[in-house]
Design a protein around this ligand. Sequence first.
Ligand SMILES: Nc1nc2c(c(=O)[nH]1)N[C@H]1C(S)=C(S)[C@@H](COP(=O)(O)O)O[C@H]1N2
Ligand SMILES: [Mo]
Length: 432
Amino acid sequence: MSRDLSSDELTPVAGGGLLDRRLLLKSGVVFATAAAAGATTASAEPAPSTSVVDPASPPWMHATGKPFTGYGTPSPFERRVVRNIAGNRDLAGNGVSWTPLENLEGIITPSGLHFERHHNGAPEIDPAQHRLLIHGLVKQPLSFTVENLLRYPMRSQICFIECGGNSNAGWHEEPIQRPLGSFHGLVSCSEWTGIPLAVLLDQAAPDPKATWVIAEGADAAAMNVSLPLSKLMDDAILALYQNGERIRPENGYPLRLVLPGWEGVTNVKWLRRLELASEPAMTRNETAKYTELMPSGHARQFTFVMEAKSLITSPSWGQKMRGPNIYEIKGLAWSGRGRIAKVEVTADGGASWAAAQLQEPILPRCFTRFRMPWSWSGAPAILKSRATDETGNVQPERDVLVKERGRDGYFHYNGILSWSVEDDGTIRHVYA
Ligand SMILES: Nc1nc2c(c(=O)[nH]1)N[C@H]1C(S)=C(S)[C@@H](COP(=O)(O)O)O[C@H]1N2
Ligand SMILES: [Mo]
């Protein structure tokens, strides 16, 4: 803290030391941050300087800096901030890489850190050779080149994409001890820009009998899913741009479907075909996978919407508290049903909760950043966050979710995440 705070400013709003969120807006208050503890340093990262640099005359002020570059990359001192890659040894090309959510701020995921989920690798597609076909139950089948598509009026939306399998370690008997992003990081948030899909579908003139659309990618998995035509006519985007530049190869270059708020698998990458039909095709990814076996023995299917969820990104596992002080608890919340209405935080394991500050912009089906000032006394504490969306949907406690869905669900885990802050400042994942 750079100045003494009055007792008024330090009035608790809930147990365990949660403070009034107005403290965040006061100028001159410096918060302590939980520091990355024992983070693995990539060998390529420059060694920190051993000699102490004189801040009044640092060496980088004594010589012309590096020349201009055609395409920028992060500072070499940030090289450890990378996606964590988890492959499937039995099936090359099938696996995921996780967004390191604990290392990021704000709501936009840099394109190079957007999580990846490939069923058979990321193809390298020559845009001049790629075609998008709209066919099936339509009056006018259409084939588009990428060049054609780039001439349509576009719209942009900042929204999250979350894999249905994200956070599935939450179903495990024991809480997994890993960096936040390495079990919750199959979710990322980008500005996607492209053509409202309804415009292209209207041009193809769907037959009144068409209620479903089978979407297929041009990867070696030819990954396909069935989607209700109503969603595609409502707010689906045929995206060509991601965060202002053309979509990255791993995220679907030259074009992908973006279905705001819907399960990752519906956002078909490298899209090559939309076939209108009167019923779903019952593909592998809507029968064997991406369905949830319930305790009744029946499976939930076509669970498209991603429910309200939040995570505390700091403090989080792998970081260490730097002694009793005022900290900023911060995190991300999102819901596939609309805007985040409220995020509550507890520092006493759920005995009392207080509303966190929601940072603008608060957009529908988009990451919302939340912040909460917290005076940590040095005593053990349990931190949690709980999101509520504008439709009144509340993120459930883990035990409630497990009771409702049983243990065989695997997908759609949105239970409340708990961090235990130990008296020595270490942070552990707990079920509390
Ligand atoms: N063609 C194709 N589309 C695909 C996939 C795929 O393997 N092939 N994976 C799906 C899954 S399961 C998810 S979660 C999202 C992941 O998108 P991302 O890799 O851009 O994060 O893409 C979906 N679209
Ligand atoms: Mo996924």
